[in-house]
Design a protein around this ligand. Sequence first.
Ligand code: CMP
Length: 552
Amino acid sequence: MSTLFLIGNVTSTGTTVESNKNEDFSTLLSALEDSTNKYCNLFQRKLILPDLDSLLWKIYSDRLLPLPNNWNYETGIALVVYHSEKILPQMNIRQMNHLFKQYFATLNICFIDISIMENSPNDYMNILHDIQDDLAITRNRVLKMNHWMNHSTTSCSSSVYSMMRQFNTYNDISNKDREPIPRVIRNIDFQRLLEEHNSLSNFEDEEKKYMELLSSWKFSALNLNTIELIKCGFYLIKRLSNFANVSITDNKLYLLLITIELSYHQINKFHNFRHCIDVMQACWQICEYIIPDAHMTKLLLALAATGHDIGHPGTNNSLFLNSNNELTQNKSILESFHYNIFSHILGNHWSKINSISTTGSIDNIIEKGILATDMSLHSTYVDILTQKKDKSEFTMTELISIIVKAADISNVTRPLTISAKWALLITLEFGDCALLQNFYKNENNPNDDINCFELLKTHPCKEHLTKADNIDMDTEIEIYELLNQVDFNVDNLLQKYPMIPNGQIFFIDTFAFEFFNKLSVVFPNLKFLVDAIVENKAYWVQKKQEQESSQN
Ligand SMILES: Nc1ncnc2c1ncn2[C@@H]1O[C@@H]2COP(=O)(O)O[C@H]2[C@H]1O
């Protein structure tokens, strides 16, 4: 869904903007209202807002809506039209772009500053044409993932998110110094923002309620909405920071968590903010068993977990093999990217923590924790666990790596009904990866956007592409309804998605069982994790057998 924002003193009747009364916007509005051109249906929503403050408030509010969220600014494009001289003298286009790339990293938003436009219809037509192309990318899963992973910001400008755009925002030479949080962001009362959109909130026992949820291994991030997930992060990090004696104000912590949410793709099926909070909770719980008294390390690891998949494109390192951008120069491509982005965000929002993490007695805890989640290092951690008999034999670096890694793949150790939901989501995400892989197999150059775009028409796996076209809100609604059913039942889930048992048996047999089994030998109080895997696997095996016998 796409939104047109008109910022300024615009008159309107009801929901329609009267173009003839708004000289500033009239040329653009005429182009959009002309039913003879292809742009007349570009935006499903036109909103008129008086200033930058109300624009920011609106975008934050939309992003917090319950999932699946039509107004997440990822499945469409938002165009913000403003007159910098009249309305926002402090914000030229470059500053505006920079602000949004930093604080709304994954969103597809572009800007028109009327004061520097010629105001000729052709100018606007060119912009609308580019937006139309961008929209086609956001609506096709394969093109979207390819764009996220490979689009270079220097080749041409696009309002669609790309990893290079996120990377450059923080790594530009001109941008090396820490930037203070701009006043327009700092002044937002984030607690009020959350309360305004959280009708279920009960202030008095809110902290108690969230800490109870977080203290159980039955924790299910999949049953929580975005606001509740942010609250989980808030109460846990707040508590850990109090114990570690490093303070952060409530508003700053809320902003940090909301900025992290906006740096994950809400539209990813698995690698999204829900996974981030799930891993944060698991990481903290495992810490409580292994290093209960290491307060600072517990805080740093909970933070590492929140940042461990930031900007994840829903694909994997092997799919970058054909790319040649700056990101692929690292061995652990995705993990290095997640750490790079997260360390900049943390540096800007909570610089004290960043310096504690990097100047402690051991290597950078947050970096080590995030890099340990690269599955190509899995056997290294299994080997480490094989060699040790007791906690005292681990180096601190080994211990923190193993904790974050365990948390990252801990969804298979949750109770079956929770584990099965994660299994569904990773299976669906793997399905998208398979489409992309198919696309590359047919020798398309992922670095060439135009080529990929043209190929839509002639591609040999066109059928797949067409199927993946128009990211279907109905499918998303169906998935979320299924996950939130009061009488959710794994047997019913398998009727619709019979491929899940195979994938789970493979993942448990190849990776999870051995790792958690060895972990529980060294840390016997974690035996409940391997017990759960055994129980879950028995269920998957039984279902697979039933499927096989029903086919015979
Ligand atoms: N339940 C699961 N079933 C299959 N694969 C999984 C499951 N949970 C995690 N994984 C894989 O483990 C990987 C850990 O690193 P990533 O999060 O990058 O990607 C994850 C998936 O590829």
